[in-house]
Design a protein around this ligand. Structure first.
Ligand SMILES: [Zn+2]
Length: 282
């Protein structure tokens, strides 16, 4: 089994979820108590990663008071969680430009407390990723300070079925402006725009030198159907599962299916490990 970095796992403070959103997380999941245990106990989660053959994991959190229930507290929560083993656990936090007094200062603070990347979740945060061009000034400050601090920004792209999610903000092409205006900022398009906008994601990853995408949430057996020219962008693609999000039953099965995807070994290595290792040096 090769070394693996899963750049997109959701370990979250479950007590913050709104009831509707939590219901969706629990649906059809027999082992929800396992997820509850992991969210309280980083060591139990690290043992789970060992069992799955995963060396390092990006743990995605974001501020979404309106749709999911997360306040800015998630940042300190995940920084604390990942401090158990910051080499293996990469904390992703977020700055919601509408819910913070000084967005730029908050980015600087997150970098200091050990946050390794920022998540922008347009359909759950209810603004477009390029809304700074339309008057949402603090969002520009988020990108500007992330770029200055060397923090990659992961932007959710593709549909969401959480109650209240607004998918009008979820098209990858809306992130084109970010790389035009902040060319040194590393941007990761989560989910490659699945299942509606893969062409946009493919175009952007090829167009911008610092734009990447992750394949989380895409059933690996469908990966080449979604991205027939995956090999061409193998230097810009990161493996991720999106576990335990809706539609992602388990991590091991997801890895097994990815191992069976018909791509070269070199491309598989880059996607499973090398690209993420380069973006998130130990
Ligand atoms: Zn996710």
């Amino acid at each position: 089994m090769p070394s693996i970095i899963d750049i997109h796992i959701h370990i979250q403070p479950l007590e913050m979820f709104k009831p509707h959103a939590l219901e969706l997380m629990k649906r059809g999941r027999a082992n929800f108590d396992q997820i509850e245990r992991f969210s309280k106990d980083p060591r139990a989660f690290l043992a789970f990663l060992d069992d799955c053959g995963i060396e390092r994991a990006g743990l995605i959190n974001y501020v979404s008071p309106d749709v999911i229930g997360f306040t800015a507290e998630v940042n300190d929560w995940i920084a604390r969680y990942c401090s158990t083993d910051p080499k293996r656990l990469l904390a992703f936090g977020s700055v919601h430009p509408k819910y913070v007094a000084d967005a730029g200062a908050e980015v600087d603070r997150l970098a200091k407390i050990g946050i390794r990347g920022l998540k922008v979740h347009p359909s759950h945060q209810l603004y477009s990723p390029n809304a700074y061009r339309d008057g949402l000034g603090p969002l520009a400050a988020v990108y500007e300070r992330a770029q200055a601090n060397g923090l990659p920004v992961m932007v959710h792209t593709g549909t969401s079925i959480f109650p209240g999610a607004r998918n009008v903000h979820a098209q990858p092409i809306l992130a084109d402006d970010i790389s035009v205006d902040f060319p040194d900022l590393v941007v990761i398009l989560a989910h490659g725009g699945r299942p509606l906008w893969m062409d946009e994601a493919f175009f952007l990853v090829r167009r911008h030198k610092n734009m990447y995408m992750d394949i989380s949430g895409i059933p690996p057996q469908k990966l080449l159907e979604y991205f027939p020219r995956l090999e061409e962008i193998a230097d810009k693609v990161l493996f991720g599962t999106d576990w335990p999000g809706p539609g992602v039953p388990d991590v091991k099965g997801n890895i097994e299916k990815f191992m069976a995807v018909s791509i070269s070994d070199a491309a598989r290595r880059k996607i499973l490990y090398n690209n993420a290792a380069r973006l998130f040096p130990v």
